[in-house]
Design a protein around this ligand. Structure first.
Ligand code: ARG
Length: 586
């Protein structure tokens, strides 16, 4: 149920009646909004075929365009444009049918695709920092968009849980607590259930070990050996790894919950480990691999490449697997366990080359089928307000927890100007803060770098999350004052279609499905942000000019309330797709 389709259909009908080829009938949003809402440029193209002047062709269709009640204005203007306005009563009926349709009439898939979204990607035992924020926020929104459009979606966090950080922690621990059974080669019993360290200790051990490894070469070599032992499943090392995983994941879960980000799978690189030998086997068997300076590599460059794509390294000369190898192994695992039609990865755009290499090897070797869709969405850098890389006041990398806290503080401070202290519950503050962060991040086109400006994001005015929430809450309050009516369907008979701002509001509402098509096609949450900003504005000016609660005609009032209820439902659905919710009051 798309507005543009409906308009095109009406236009086609007019073309047919005028004896013109309906294939040419196509409306576009007018590039002169001061003259018309929509336009059709077909007469120019038809003129060449029919050897007639464009304006005469345009004029021929006009009488037929006003017949079916879709257009309230149809005009031919020089040199041959057809200018169109949509009729308010058609729009009202369109909006009313949205209110009873499933998913507001969006073009959901009739054949759901199975899609794995790989996002979040934190590295276990290292504190979550803002670099991982965008992947979580963008990924969660994309997952929700795919689900809304009727697909079968699996979100996988893909933990970095098989790397050197474990070797570093384990060797540091060995120096600090050498008497633990894990470090006794003769130990035969069961390793303890309880971890030999707390989360707080762990948070101190990793950075200490990491900085030690920068100057202490022997220590770094030991950490590499421990990592090797882990990857070859040495029982003592594996037992320590489990403790670290347990503590660290429990902590990460709390943070993701706070961000309202939820994963269906908590798989990680470690789960792909067993498939690494298979990757090596496949690249060798298919004859695609070759040795280069002791390393096993696959050439992936293609003639059409506009920049150099170096070979994909599968095994280093010391036999170690790399990030690429793990991703190929993960693909084998995913294809075998879930048979997805599509896989979408969300990371920093600096990983673009990595995914180009992995995808090419996967296709060439048949690890994924030719028709399996592989996509990488690379996002830009989140900078501070000053446009420089985001840092803490002391210049360090900012932890996600600190960032969230700072935003909540800023939001609370801003809300103090408007609300009584007693109205500022923690829950409301965190809901508003989340809208500020997520809307701020998502309203930017993912690929672009942008400046994270807490002050601007948390503002109740302008293109922000809190502004949208504020409007939803306003509608909620109108609905409750009106006695909660606002049934799913509303009568269009009593809408004051000539009321100021009414048409603009109906036009925005009716554009929902067209917008969703675009957001889905491009996997672009920023389109939803733009839409709800415009819809909020349209509601706000309509409400400003049209007294609804004071309306004395009961039918009219009911109809208006029904319309606002639809605006609210659409806005709430949209913020749900972005990953946040609105409070009852604010
Ligand atoms: N852990 C990785 C990082 O921090 C991100 C993982 C992304 N997903 C993937 N399948 N490679 O950079």
């Amino acid at each position: 149920m798309n507005l543009l389709n409906a308009l095109n259909e009406a236009l086609k009908e007019g073309f047919e009646k005028a004896g013109l080829d309906p294939e040419y009938a196509k409306v576009t949003v007018s590039n002169r909004p001061d003259l018309a809402e929509y336009q059709c440029n077909a007469a120019m193209a038809l003129a060449k075929v029919l050897h007639a002047s464009p304006i005469s062709i345009a004029e021929k269709v006009i009488p037929y365009l006003k017949e079916n009640g879709v257009f309230s204005k149809a005009e031919a203007v020089m040199p041959g444009f057809i200018n169109l306005d949509v009729s308010p009563s058609f729009l009202a009926r369109f909006a009313a049918s949205m209110s009873t349709a499933a998913s507001f009439g969006a073009n959901v898939e009739t054949k759901p695709k199975k899609i794995i979204v790989d996002y979040g990607g934190p590295n276990v035992a290292k504190p979550l920092h803002i670099g991982h924020l965008l992947s979580a926020i963008i990924g969660e929104s994309i997952k929700r968009i795919l689900l809304f459009m009727g697909n079968d979606v699996i979100g996988d966090i893909h933990l970095g849980d098989w790397g050197l950080q474990f070797g570093l922690i384990i060797e540091e621990l060995k120096d600090r607590k050498p008497d633990l059974p894990y470090f006794d080669p003769g130990f035969k019993g069961e390793y303890p259930e309880e971890a030999p360290f707390t989360l707080t200790e762990l948070e101190e051990i990793y950075p200490a070990a990491s900085s030690r490894s920068k100057t202490d070469e022997a220590f770094l070599a030991r950490a590499h050996e421990a990592t090797y032992r882990l990857q070859h499943r040495d029982p003592a090392t594996l037992a320590l790894w489990k403790h670290i995983m347990h503590l660290s994941i429990a902590d990460e879960k709390k943070l993701y919950d706070r961000l309202d980000v939820h994963f269906d799978l908590w798989c990680g690189e470690s789960d792909a480990g067993p498939y690494v030998p298979e990757v090596v086997g496949i690249v060798k068997e298919t004859g695609l691999a070759r040795m280069s300076e002791g390393a096993l590599i696959v050439d992936v460059a293609e003639e059409s490449d506009t920049r150099e794509i170096p070979p994909c390294i599968i095994l280093k000369s010391d036999g170690a697997a790399l990030y690429q190898t793990t991703d190929l192994a993960t693909l084998i695992m995913r294809m075998r366990n879930w048979q997805p039609d599509e896989l979408i990865y969300i990371t920093d755009k600096r990983q673009e080359l990595h995914f180009t290499q992995v995808f090419r090897v996967a296709k060439k070797t048949g690890i994924v089928k030719e028709e399996t869709v592989l996509k990488h969405i690379g996002y830009g850098t989140m900078n501070g307000k000053d446009g420089k890389p985001f840092k803490t006041r002391t210049g360090g990398v900012m932890r996600l927890e600190t960032l969230i806290q700072e935003i909540e503080d800023a939001v609370r401070e801003k809300m103090r100007d408007r609300y009584e202290e007693s109205e500022l519950s923690d829950e409301i503050v965190s809901q508003v803060a989340l809208s500020a962060i997520k809307y701020g991040d998502l309203s930017n086109q993912a690929r672009k770098d942008y400046n994270f400006d807490i002050d601007r994001f948390a503002s109740f005015e302008g293109n922000t999350g809190p502004y949208v929430l504020y409007n939803i809450v306003r509608i909620k309050s109108i609905l409750s004052k009106a006695g909660g009516c606002g049934s799913d369907a509303f009568s269009t008979d009593f809408l004051p279609l000539d009321a100021p701002g009414m048409k603009a509001l109906l036009l925005k509402l009716a554009g929902f499905s067209d917008m969703m098509d675009a957001a889905y096609e491009d996997l672009a949450p920023h389109r939803i942000c733009q839409y709800i900003h415009e819809l909020s504005d349209a509601f706000s000016s309509f409400y400003h000019d049209t007294p609804i609660l004071k309306e004395t005609d009961e039918d009219k009032k009911k109809s208006l309330i029904g319309l606002l209820a639809l605006v609210k439902r659409v806005l709430e659905t949209c913020i749900g797709l972005l990953g946040f919710t609105a409070p009852e009051k604010m």
